[in-house]
Design a protein around this ligand. Structure first.
Ligand SMILES: [Cu+2]
Length: 487
């Protein structure tokens, strides 16, 4: 058997054997009761679980037995977002899921099986943005209902329809974590288990969150996402992007023991195939090459934006992460609430620092100081599962944002906002945190004579799932200056 995970687009159109076997196994696992740790619903509930929501969605019956290891969060509500455990926890989750599905495929058909990935940003495949046919077909080849499209998505979706900001730019970042976790590819620093922590890494923000929002339906809600079979092909590609990134010279993966041996306050745990055995505990290092949750890929170049083995040239190397500094150079003074209309907020900048950032942004001479600028949105809260928020900088007064794409700093999909804003026993309700790289935008503003080192105007433009009835609050917006030395 092949021991590499493969691009689903290379497996043949329609009902190729891998996807037919996936559908057969999913149908069988979805019929198993939620008490069974190999059941489809148990596996989905590991990502996110909310008993009342699941009753409302008719996933479980009112009063039906719910296993205690889901409600006490031994196995339920495990997904790690907004921290540097995002990549490692999801990698182990994929591996456990793949092992359980493979065991079912073996039992049903005798075939071997590995999880394929959805290479949606492969510019060499004109059909890359399309969901594989088998995920939208009404029926299996034998005419029975197709389990791969059983759970809801955006009505009629056959293809991702990005409205901007869907890219591999995250792969340009050279450091897993910088500035004590404020910035980087992989997410904020934590030593503890946190389902939704405060700082999402670049990979998580985009393409990860973006694809969750674009598929929509269950995929757009962290409490339901794991139930959509396309979730696993999406996360498989995110996992491959991490692997490609780590294998590219110039990228610095974190070596901090808090990451490698974490979390400290409790163990990560995954179920195993076959029965209700206790499960396997692990730490982040078990997901790296040689670890028990590691699985290789057939290709780390196609659709990844990097070429493992070749030096990354997309972005200037700013030196070792420990020698870089990240400092705030300004912030707004009040929380911003966005409802049905756009809202402006002003940020007073420390003018000397801002001017110096601009002056050193484009530096590429070895040994010279170099800077990048970021917007940081802190404690973003709201009740919707994945609202869209567009962030503009120095939009002219009264201008139509849609006509000023050159002022767009970022399009955020606030995936998991509902969970991160809960104030129940498991969450402090502190919300999500995002950083947006505005270096190129600041350069464009400077070239246009429209960068004032004394202040910046930020406009928040609501997209879907934001309204006066369901607003989003951003506690604080600051500007961060990241400095290093060209190396
Ligand atoms: Cu996800």
């Amino acid at each position: 058997m092949t021991t590499f995970r493969q691009d689903v687009a290379t497996l043949g159109s329609g009902w190729n054997k891998t996807l037919l076997n996936y559908a057969l196994a999913m149908r069988a696992l979805d019929e198993q009761p939620i008490e069974d740790r190999n059941s489809w619903k148990f596996l989905g509930a590991m990502h996110g679980f909310h008993p009342q929501l699941w009753v409302n969605e008719r996933l479980i019956k009112t009063g039906a037995p719910i296993p205690v290891d889901l409600t006490n969060n031994t196995f339920g509500n495990q997904c790690q977002h907004g921290s540097w455990y995002f990549v490692s926890w999801h990698r182990a989750y994929l591996f456990a899921f793949e092992s359980i599905v493979a065991a079912k495929v073996k039992e049903l058909t005798g075939d071997d099986w590995l999880l394929p990935y959805w290479n949606y940003l492969n510019s060499n495949n004109p059909k890359a943005l399309y969901l594989p046919d088998a995920f939208v077909a009404k029926t299996l080849p034998d005419g029975s209902p197709n389990p791969l499209c059983k759970y809801p998505r955006r009505p009629g979706i056959t293809k991702l329809q990005p409205h901007g900001g869907f890219s591999l730019e995250a792969m340009d970042e050279n450091d897993f974590t910088v500035g004590n976790g404020t910035l980087g590819f992989g997410g904020g620093i934590t030593g503890d288990f946190v389902q939704f922590d405060g700082i999402a890494g670049e990979l998580e923000v985009n393409p990860h969150n973006t694809v969750h929002g674009l598929v929509g339906g269950y995929m757009g809600n962290a409490l339901l996402a794991g139930l959509d079979p396309i979730f696993w092909l999406h996360h498989c590609n995110i996992d491959r992007l991490w692997e490609a990134w780590m294998n590219t010279p110039g990228k610095t993966m974190v070596k901090d023991p808090r990451w490698s041996n974490g979390p400290a306050d409790r163990s990560f745990i995954m179920p195993v195939p076959g029965d209700n055995a206790p499960g396997v505990t692990f730490t982040s290092k078990d997901t790296l090459k040689g670890g028990k949750f590691y699985r290789p890929y057939d290709d780390l170049v196609s659709g990844t934006g990097v070429t493992p083995g070749a030096i990354a040239v997309a972005r200037v190397n700013m030196g070792s992460p420990t020698q870089q500094t990240v400092l705030p150079i300004g912030a707004n003074t009040t929380a911003v609430k966005v409802g049905g209309a756009s809202v402006d907020t002003h940020i007073d900048l420390e003018p000397t620092a801002a001017a110096k950032s601009i002056a050193t942004m484009g530096a590429n001479t070895l040994g010279k100081e170099v800077a990048r600028l970021y917007l940081s949105l802190e404690s973003v809260r709201g009740s919707a599962p994945s609202p869209l928020l567009d962030v503009y900088v120095n939009l002219p007064d009264g201008a139509d944002p849609a006509l000023n794409a050159d002022r767009l700093a970022g399009s955020l999909t606030l995936f998991g906002l509902n969970v991160a804003s809960q104030t129940d026993g498991h969450h402090a309700g502190t919300g999500l945190g995002y950083t947006i790289d505005i270096t190129d935008l600041a350069q464009r503003l400077t070239d246009a004579g429209d960068f004032d080192p004394n202040h910046l105007r930020v406009t928040l433009v609501p997209g879907e799932q934001i309204s006066d009835e369901e607003p989003v609050t951003v506690e604080r917006i600051s500007v961060l200056k990241r400095s290093g030395v060209v190396s």
